[in-house]
Design a protein. Structure first.
Length: 255
């Protein structure tokens, strides 16, 4: 490994550390907020759908959180990546380094939140009388890689577009809210009328969330959904890389 590569990796480690430590630096609960945010969101959704709307479904808490935790990794990564370039102008102008490191650091930092949430899902699995199997050790890493790829591809596009069109940081929050309700997180995909399911299939993370849920709720690996998610992720990553590389040439003129 040459010195340049080693220096770049050291910088990436520092960026990841910054993402992990600075976000909750002056809060009393610190890193616990990374778990409390999706848990509190899940509690609100549980009350709304299970208590008020009488949404009948077995093991609904596990059903909800098994998709909500991965969704939180995705949405937080995309939202924070919007300002990955515009929020680090001084660093970009002073230090020569691969700019996509800023996005990778954000996604990995948010991934740790998901990893720390896995024991909660494991506890719920046991609570509902289910038992993890060895396929967890294959399925979970595969899903992490696939979700990283699709998140990275989308983040590349959004971060670069935001550098040229600053309204993107406001638009993306609206888009994420719409995407949340168009993703089978609080409801099963089967509950959607068949004629509308095709629209949810166009959602790049629909089958990804289904894959996560099948592991924890049904204790099985749905390779069909994972394969569709993988193809989608590779396509999104390819397009994102092209856009990022093309606009990167003009980036200095807008920062």
């Amino acid at each position: 490994m040459n010195n340049i590569t080693r220096q770049q990796l050291d910088l990436l480690k520092l960026l990841i550390k910054k993402e992990i430590t600075l976000k909750y630096k002056r809060t009393y609960l610190g890193f616990l907020w990374s778990l409390l945010n999706p848990l509190l969101t899940g509690l609100v959704l549980f009350i709304a759908f299970r208590v008020f709307m009488r949404f009948e479904m077995e093991n609904y808490t596990l059903f909800l959180l098994s998709a909500l935790f991965p969704w939180t990794w995705f949405s937080a990564s995309v939202s924070m990546s919007t300002n990955a370039l515009t929020g680090n102008i001084s660093l970009i102008k002073k230090v020569l380094f691969p700019k996509h490191f800023l996005i990778i650091a954000i996604i990995i930092g948010q991934l740790l939140n998901l990893i720390f949430a896995l024991p909660i899902l494991l506890a719920l699995v046991y609570y509902y009388g289910k038992t993890p199997t060895l396929n967890w050790f294959i399925s979970i890493p595969v899903l992490i890689v696939v979700q990283f790829a699709v998140t990275y591809g989308i983040a590349l596009i959004i971060s670069m577009v935001n550098a040229f069109f600053r309204d993107m940081e406001h638009i993306i929050n609206v888009c994420l809210s719409m995407l949340f309700w168009m993703t089978p997180i609080v409801y099963p995909l089967e509950a959607v009328p068949e004629k509308y399911q095709v629209y949810l299939a166009l959602n790049p993370i629909t089958y990804l969330m289904q894959g996560w849920r099948d592991i924890f709720l049904n204790n099985k690996t749905n390779w069909h959904d994972i394969f569709i998610s993988l193809i989608t992720a590779m396509l999104v990553l390819f397009v994102g890389s092209l856009i990022f590389k093309k606009l990167n040439r003009k980036l200095d003129g807008v920062l």
